[in-house]
Design a protein around this ligand. Structure first.
Ligand code: MGD
Ligand code: MGD
Ligand code: MO
Length: 752
């Protein structure tokens, strides 16, 4: 306790002066106040792609977008602090394992390859060549390549990701779990089945044309701040913005653009959402089904006037079943399941009907639920009813997280690759890629737990902390023979190690990437399928850092017997990697020319063109029952969310400014009546307890009670501290995304 922590009323608006102030604070803490030039290069045609999120760049190349959380992401990468060999001499791994995420992150950039020595319980320096050899020896000695798992986090560039998957497949495995498995996998599965492509169908221009934008389970004020500028413009020209979120998020209510000096100083803000519905956690499927019911009732009352009949007939199948299901679903069930009244659902449906062009956005509030795939497909049903797919100003917009998570998937980081992709890869590189599907994140943890894996190789990320069921997962990691982390910053995964462990430090986005044939650019794909170049300008944080592609090449050369790939040449000039990507994936035709144009290029989206690559060749309506959302007596539905001062497991600070939290993270947001029922008062401390299907109880200790505006029976707390509560078997059906937005928990006083 520092005495500085407190709970304040939630902010009235996002952005504004507070955002500027907080950014300046970050620069001071990291000793990089004078580095404004670095920030001016973010998301500019000649600069680097901001590692903060996957929201697209502004259309006009001249517009510099200010984003507080982008500043934080950059400041933490360009920090002047270092984790060098002296650091590891000072700290045993046992000692580091006692530190929290915030402390680990603050120590600074990793600077040289390190190997864990179990005898001294310390990391010690190792030469790059020896590190590569060590990995190569272990991989070649595996009983089967499937005993290795290759994880990816979504900051990895297209070039590095492509080489990485090529290396893994040459080795003989499709074990490519990635952060997307815990993130938008549900969206990928749902959209793939429904419209034939697992990506969003809108572009940034559509936000300028929409009549209504519906936002489900997303907190853009914190997680996609640049989206607020787009929403503000839309609201100002009269577009209706409707939010569905159990929590009242200040950023969805009002926004002050920190770029507008006058508005910022006088604090004048624009309302964002005209309507804000607070369903129960997990109540969206029912809410949307209710909206569909209203739409169909209106059509029945005035046939031929409400639905887009021509679209439904030409482009879809399965409509009748959806109609029968909606009509057969009772309003009492919709109300009980969604937590919204019939009047509220009807009002939301009327807003939908009043708009000719509708965009539906969503993020983790929908995807991290057991019924996630069904919820998203129900939302697609709603869009299809009025042809809101493949017309200007309308469509599906799953808002991605990591800045290149979508690109990584596009270039082959998939555990269940399509046969056409493998055929092309095999043809271009003259080998027989493995056909058997690999492990996703949840399956990989289970396989590790059951002793079916020996090596875990992580390209970025923080596997130990980001994944569910922390105790089980950490125990499983510790049983591995070797763990390898290609990373920029120290994190929990470096101190929960296999018997042998390596840290391989790499360049970040902001840094110059100099290779044998000159300086290199990498490319990334944003949430709306725009691919563009990213060029770092800064001097690397250490002389020994290698780029991610160079590290993959080093490991590949030490591990593979396959001849005929000149890894050194590929790394000497990334144009050669891109040329290979284009050979394997025709959508990248002319890649090297197109990324040299300002703004990059659009990969296209078949559903946007009303070409449906589904089974049957049409967009598919699909029927999904209301979820059970089962709770034991006295349990609450806990959602695990991000604070304003974190990027996933990277903790930037201890404030959650918009929600009024200062100086702490161990809080649980509760409804006042739920508190009264349990004789709880603000400031008291509770443990959170969950129980999996395995019967085992899981506990997260010491959360301060904070009353908040959210529905009865619902609660919220921050991840990753709460990942210990998510049972490994609690995930979305078919997408395997951990259900980290619906954890049934009991509260237990712990301060008495
Ligand atoms: N600054 C910053 N930016 C980030 C990140 C970060 O950690 N920090 N992370 C990046 C990543 S990887 C991702 S995936 C995105 C995540 O972006 P978000 O999805 O916005 O992140 P979460 O904090 O998980 O917030 C989910 C929202 O869903 C709501 N919610 C929870 N359960 C339900 C539900 O059942 N129904 C509805 N309707 N709403 C619900 C919560 O109240 C919360 O507002 O952000 C990306 N950008
Ligand atoms: N309970 C709960 N769990 C969740 C979620 C949730 O909402 N609730 N959200 C899930 C989601 S949406 C996601 S995407 C995952 C995130 O899972 P991950 O992507 O695995 O986790 P991050 O915290 O983003 O990873 C941070 C680390 O990445 C490394 N890093 C940063 N930049 C670079 C780089 O340029 N190159 C390399 N090689 N390394 C770099 C740094 O070492 C840093 O410590 O977490 C998931 N887990
Ligand atoms: Mo994510």
């Amino acid at each position: 306790m520092t005495g500085k922590e407190s709970v304040r009323p939630p902010a009235k608006a996002a952005g504004g002066f507070g955002a500027l102030l907080s950014s300046f604070h970050q620069l001071r803490v990291h000793g990089v106040v004078s580095d404004w030039a670095s920030f001016l290069k973010a998301n500019r045609p000649d600069g680097f792609d901001c590692p903060g999120c996957a929201w697209p760049e502004p259309k006009e190349a001249s517009r510099m977008e200010f984003c507080e959380n982008g500043v934080k992401a950059i400041a933490h990468e360009i920090t002047s602090h270092r984790v060098d060999r002296a650091f590891f001499e000072r700290h045993t791994v046992g000692e580091l394992a006692q530190r929290d995420h915030y402390w680990l992150e603050r120590q600074g950039r990793l600077t040289e390859p390190m190997r864990y020595n179990a005898e001294t319980d310390r990391y010690e320096p190792i030469a790059w060549a020896d590190a590569f050899q060590l990995v190569g020896d272990r991989l070649r000695a595996l009983e089967h390549p499937d005993r290795a798992v290759f994880y990816t986090s979504g900051r990895t560039s297209n070039e590095a990701a492509f080489l990485y998957q090529l290396f893994g497949r040459l080795l003989g495995t499709n074990n490519f779990p990635d952060c997307s498995n815990m993130c938008h996998e549900s969206s990928g599965v749902a959209l793939g089945e429904a419209i034939g492509i697992g990506k969003g169908t809108v572009t940034i221009e559509d936000f300028e044309k929409a009549d209504a934008i519906f936002i489900f389970g997303q907190n853009p004020g914190t997680n996609h701040p640049r989206m607020l500028a787009e929403l503000q413009k839309a609201a100002q020209r009269g577009c209706t913005i409707v939010s569905f979120n159990p929590l009242k998020e200040p950023g969805l209510q009002r926004f002050t653009h920190p770029k507008h000096p006058v508005a910022t100083l006088v604090g004048s803000s624009t309302p964002i959402s005209s309507h804000y519905y607070q369903p129960l956690v997990g109540g969206d499927l029912a809410a949307v089904k209710g909206m569909i019911k209203v739409v169909l009732e209106r059509e029945a009352a005035a046939p031929g006037t409400v639905l887009d009949q021509a679209f439904i007939e030409t482009h879809t199948r399965g409509f009748e079943a959806v109609r029968a299901d909606a009509m057969a679903t009772a309003w009492e069930d919709i109300e009980a399941n969604s937590g919204l009244t019939r009047a509220q659902v009807t009002e939301a449906a009327e807003l939908y009907l009043a708009a000719d062009r509708v965009i539906a956005c969503w993020a983790m509030g929908l995807t991290q639920q057991k019924q996630a795939v069904g919820s998203i497909q129900t939302l697609v049903n709603l869009l299809l009813l009025r042809g809101n797919m493949g017309k200007p100003g309308a469509g599906a917009c799953p808002v991605r997280g990591h800045s290149n998570v979508q690109g990584d998937r596009t270039v082959g980081i998939v555990e269940k690759p399509k046969p056409e992709f493998l055929d092309a890869l095999g043809r271009v590189f003259d080998f027989d890629p493995p056909r058997e599907h690999g492990l996703n994140t949840v399956e990989a943890i289970k396989a590790m737990d059951e002793g079916r894996v020996d090596v875990l190789f992580c390209m970025g990320g923080n596997f130990a902390a980001a994944t569910p069921d922390t105790e089980l997962t950490e125990a499983a990691i510790k049983r591995l023979d070797l763990t390898v982390h290609v990373s920029t910053k120290l994190n929990r995964s470096h101190v929960v190690t296999g018997k042998d462990a390596l840290i391989l430090p790499c360049l970040g986005r902001t840094e110059r990437d100099e290779q044998a044939e000159g300086p290199q650019v990498v490319t990334v794909e944003d949430s709306m399928s725009m691919v563009h170049a990213s060029r770092g300008h800064r001097r690397p944080a250490g002389a020994m850092l290698l780029s991610e592609p160079a590290i993959v090449a080093g490991v590949a050369k030490a591990s593979l017997t396959h001849e005929g790939i000149d890894w050194d040449a590929l790394v000497a000039d990334y144009d050669r990697i891109r040329a290979k990507i284009a050979e394997v994936l025709p959508m990248f035709a002319d890649y090297n020319r197109k990324i040299r144009e300002p703004g990059g290029f659009y990969l296209g989206n078949s559903a946007r063109d009303r070409v449906w690559r589904t089974q049957g060749g049409q967009a598919r309506f699909s029927v999904h029952p209301l979820p059970e959302n089962h709770l034991e007596p006295n349990q609450l539905r806990l959602m695990t969310v991000r604070s304003h001062d974190q990027f996933n497991t990277t903790i930037y600070g201890l404030d959650d400014r918009y929600r009024g939290i200062k100086g702490k993270r161990m809080v649980v947001f509760l409804n006042g009546e739920d508190m009264a029922d349990r004789a709880l008062e603000a400031g008291m401390r509770v443990d959170l307890i969950s129980q999996g299907a395995d019967g085992r109880k899981r506990k997260a200790e010491g959360f301060e009670v904070v009353p908040y505006e959210l529905p009865r029976g619902c609660a919220a707390a921050y991840f990753p501290e709460t990942n210990v509560l998510v049972p490994i078997d609690s995930y979305a059906s078919r997408s395997f995304t951990p259900a980290s937005k619906f954890i049934p928990v009991w509260l237990e006083r712990c301060d008495v």
